[in-house]
Design a protein around this ligand. Sequence first.
Ligand SMILES: N[C@@H](CCC(=O)N[C@@H](CS)C(=O)NCC(=O)O)C(=O)O
Length: 187
Amino acid sequence: MLTLYLTPGSSSFAAHIALHEVGATFDVKKLSIVDKEHQAPDYLAVNPAGKIPALLIDGRLLTEVAAILFYLAKRYPATGLLPPEDDIEAQAQVISWMAYVASGLHPVWNKGLDLALPAFEIADERLGDSEWAVGGYSIADIHLFRLYWRLSSANDLPNGRFPNLQRHLEQMLQRPAVIRTLAAEAA
Ligand SMILES: N[C@@H](CCC(=O)N[C@@H](CS)C(=O)NCC(=O)O)C(=O)O
């Protein structure tokens, strides 16, 4: 049994998309960060760090977006959200992207454009004209999309500022799992 604790539009959006991508059966528990529900005793009993998301796997806690994405990709290998097992370098590139998103983009996206733009510039250049972050579509794309989606919806970025991230976002917005997740979180 999988249970995702989420706040619509927050980091949990990536985990929520991945659950839809893999076709898992799961429960959702919505928390309001504004109302500080993530710091309430009920949630701290689930996740003592008080951060969102949290995934319960048969009652066992898994935190950190990258770890949740990794778990889902490995548990549902037929969905191909990680490069093949024998392509160690491609798998490492997926981890590299997710580590950069978690440690390079997530801490700065809402700390002012002076900090955010250089960090996203690195991601835009790294993506270049590739369709996806690493070979085929992977969990790296889900994690990257979630941060650029957040940055671009919170700021009036000049047209063409991040052409590669923007193209990537538009591809992501066409995926049925992303459309379903957006609708579920808006409900
Ligand atoms: N490194 C964590 C970051 C989790 C995180 O900071 N989540 C935010 C929501 S986007 C949160 O819980 N904010 C509430 C708080 O920090 O009090 C991950 O990747 O899961």
